[in-house]
Design a protein around this ligand. Sequence first.
Ligand code: SF4
Length: 239
Amino acid sequence: MLARRLLQPLKTANMRFFPDSFPYAPDWVVLGVNNACNLRCKMCDVGAGYKASNFYHNMTGAKPLNMPRELIFKIIDETARYFPKAKLGYGFTEPLLYPHLVESIRYAKQKRLTTALTTNAFGLERLAVDLALAGLDEVSVSLDGPPEIHNAIRGHARSFAGAFEGIKKIFKIKGPAPEVSIFCAVTEWNIGHLVRFAELFKSFPLRRLGFCIRTLPRPMLPGRTMPSMVVYTPPPFPV
Ligand code: SF4
């Protein structure tokens, strides 16, 4: 135990100053690039107004914050240099609102990194072509059910339509385009509507349709309960 404690700062320092000599390269470098979201989901600290969590405060700061352009370019440079096989992920917050999204993905592709985006996709339609041209490799979209269920959970009457149109637009792109996966958190609000939901995507060439199931009882997790198990349904989907 003592040895581990003593070694930990060395490991951290080694990682920071000599990352190329760190024995285990990460598979992913996932970035939270902003503190804003355009939805207010029931199952999220933001939508539920659960103010005791860091996530709530990070996401609803007094003013919108974006990772500075110089910083994300520096991270991309260092990832490409030290961990060229790691995927660069944009997640946690709502990356489609990040002003340097497209140009930073383009830069990451120039550096031969694989890039991935996790999004609520409200606003994807506007950026779909630009993201494809920039070379984005993967998009994971969070959806919660058929339109009226999703909209009720997400707190916005057009949130499903916005995401659906964005996904359709990606599949219409001629030439290289990101692979699309859809993930659905199974909750008490959408249970009973999931087959109808999956049927909406029957004809879409999705990479994955995933259902995230909460496996820990609510009292064991503070505040928001994140889904902790993902059931993937590889195509063709059994609907
Ligand atoms: S889209 Fe994501 S971050 Fe935004 S409110 Fe919903 S769950 Fe929270």
